[in-house]
Design a protein around this ligand. Structure first.
Ligand code: UDP
Ligand code: MN
Length: 387
């Protein structure tokens, strides 16, 4: 269904496949040699050398086959399959499909017939809430949607950490609702607000979002989504990879549609509830800008998983331009904290999450959660803003 770039996950799978094949190959070849040369057992160094050469050859062949896509995700730009000069309006043909009667409802097909590829995204006009509501008549209270003409195969919760970014939120809602409807998903958008003016804590807000969302439904997938990132291709399906946490915003315009660095895990990511709990969620201790996404990438590995990435030609996002936020100065301790993350990940996360839910309102386009998340330790307050 999804053309995902299985960079590290595939490497692991390929390696175990290679081991199994090599073992079988070794066994078969030995039997053949034994028959051909009428010897009982072949254990000598010559035989081992020949086998090693054959294995090396096999490895080289496999590497050559996969190398174009293996390293390609972060080393070089893949050739574009998509023509981003031919764009569609995100609302194009959305009401084209009339609903079937309730008895006739079938499962939605594996590939939605509504997908168009590259979407026109710009931020010239800030849409008002009434307009967004009017354009999305089938979105239910709390920002919940379920396809009308088929039974959705998949349930995704979108979690957006938020404070003082109302304009960005309106852009996101305007684009994301029709985008997800094109994919025929059952979905719900949650916005998790940090109460007060204390130092912002993105990762903790996401932990809260997960906890609250899992009280509402058994979600197949959790999308952890910055408010200022708008997807540009509706083939970028908002579903999870069953085996590995998925980095979705692999190509952001801010970074010239490439990864800024090899292990980047910021912006938009997708995990199943099981994967999220396996890594003990996100750290609660990163106050201010930066570092938490790298710690999360570390956690994926500590919990014995790998990261998969959406290919660069599909995982494209436009970021709404903005300056530094008040109350979100760069976290000066982040580098130091990252060196210790392997010691603390099991005790700082979902199992240590404390907050006070101040309100949970179902608005027309999203579920609005406001939480008191406490304050950063005093020494964090003197950090310097990021330029
Ligand atoms: N954010 C917010 N209010 C703030 C700071 C951050 O809502 O004052 C949220 C918002 O979802 C934003 C995300 O945290 O997209 C990441 O912060 P930021 O956009 O500053 O990070 P960067 O642009 O460096 O990725
Ligand atoms: Mn941003």
């Amino acid at each position: 269904m999804q053309m995902i770039h299985y960079s590290s996950c595939t490497a692991a799978k390929l390696y175990s496949l290679y081991k199994a094949l090599a073992k079988a190959f070794l066994c078969q070849t030995r039997c053949l040699f034994e028959r051909m040369f009428s010897v009982r057992t072949l254990e000598g160094p010559y035989f081992c050398f020949v086998m090693a050469c054959l294995q090396l050859l096999f490895l080289l062949l496999m590497y050559q086959r996969s190398s174009s896509s293996w390293s390609g995700a972060f080393m070089e730009k893949l050739p574009d399959k998509w023509d981003y000069s031919k764009l569609h309006d995100v609302y194009f043909n959305l009401s084209f499909f009339s609903p079937a009667s309730t008895e006739d409802l079938h499962h939605c097909p594996p590939k939605s017939p509504l997908l168009v590829g590259p979407i026109r995204v710009n931020f010239h006009n800030v849409p008002n809430m009434k307009r967004i509501i009017r354009k999305n008549p089938y979105v239910q209270r709390g920002g919940l949607y379920t396809p009308r003409h088929c039974v959705a195969q998949y349930k995704t919760a979108i979690l957006v950490p938020h404070r003082n970014r109302e304009t960005h939120l309106r852009h996101l809602l305007y684009f994301l609702h029709p985008f997800l409807q094109r994919q025929q998903l059952h979905y719900r958008i949650y916005v998790i607000n940090q109460a007060g003016n204390g130092t912002f804590n993105r990762a903790k807000l996401l932990n809260i979002g997960v906890r609250e969302a899992l009280k509402d439904d058994e979600w197949d997938c959790l999308f952890l989504h910055d408010v200022d990132l708008i997807p540009e291709n509706d083939y970028n399906l908002y579903v999870c990879d069953e085996l590995c946490p998925k980095h979705v915003s692999s190509a952001m315009n801010k970074f010239n549609y490439r990864l800024p660095y090899r292990t980047f895990f910021g912006g938009v990511t997708a995990v199943t509830p099981e994967q999220y709990l396996r890594m003990n969620g996100f750290p609660n201790s990163y106050w201010g800008w930066g570092g938490e996404d790298d710690e999360i990438a570390n956690r994926v590995n500590y919990a014995g998983m790998n990261i998969v990435r959406v290919p660069l030609d599909i995982g494209r996002y436009k970021m709404i331009k903005h300056g530094p936020d008040e109350g979100n100065n760069a976290n000066e301790k982040r580098f130091d904290m990252l060196t210790k993350s392997h010691k603390y990940w099991k005790v700082d996360g979902m199992n240590s999450l404390e907050y006070k839910c101040i309100s949970k309102q179902l608005t027309s386009l999203y579920t609005n959660i406001t939480a008191d998340i406490g304050e950063a330790p005093i020494e964090d307050k003197n950090s310097v803003p990021e330029s």
